[in-house]
Design a protein around this ligand. Structure first.
Ligand code: ATP
Ligand code: MN
Length: 156
């Protein structure tokens, strides 16, 4: 049974491609959708204190207004699209190393499927897979569906 589908998103157009695929599957299974944005402490080269991590978890970004905009627009796009299809969707925020946060989240919420993009915001096309996706594949035993960013483009 596929009851809960996790969609990690960094708000990039490439992550968006995975969202459409994920929602198509969610509709097919009548699954609940969990959208997750992780404040990426690796990419931003920051370290968050326990208190900040707790606040982000509660959706309180405080002075991190730019981040809040990015986070909310990323998850709300997923949630809105899901609701348009009549699906139940939740938005979640976390802070930390994205791949381990995503893998831990998948365990905590007992998700049946993780759907994510092959690439994300930094989009270094040389790499076959973005580092977050590659590390999630190595960190979880849950099924992961990776949607190639070129999905939907014309074949040439
Ligand atoms: P890299 O980060 O390795 O330079 P990239 O940005 O192109 O390359 P990834 O970061 O691995 O690639 O992104 C691949 C997918 O991982 C995204 O489509 C998204 O599904 C997920 N992802 C990446 N960063 C985050 C994040 N901060 N929060 C939630 N999901 C994320
Ligand atoms: Mn990235």
């Amino acid at each position: 049974m596929t009851e809960r589908i996790l969609i990690p998103t960094d708000g990039s157009a490439t992550a968006e491609v995975a969202v459409d695929k994920a929602l198509e599957l969610a509709e097919l299974y009548d699954a609940e959708v969990l959208a997750l944005y992780v404040v990426d402490t690796i990419a931003m080269d920051i370290s968050l204190g326990t208190e900040q991590v707790e606040r982000i978890r509660a959706g309180k970004f405080g002075e991190m207004e730019d981040l809040e905009d990015r986070a909310r627009s990323a998850t709300s796009r997923v949630a809105e699209k899901a609701r348009e299809r009549g699906l139940t969707a939740e938005e979640h925020f976390r802070g930390g190393r994205p791949h381990s946060v995503i893998a831990d989240f998948a365990e905590d919420f007992d998700v049946d499927l993780i759907v994510m993009g092959s690439h994300g915001r930094s989009g270094v096309k040389r790499a076959l897979l973005g580092s977050v996706t590659e590390r999630v594949l190595r960190s979880t035993h849950r099924p992961v569906l990776v949607v190639d960013e070129r999905e939907g483009e014309d074949d040439e």
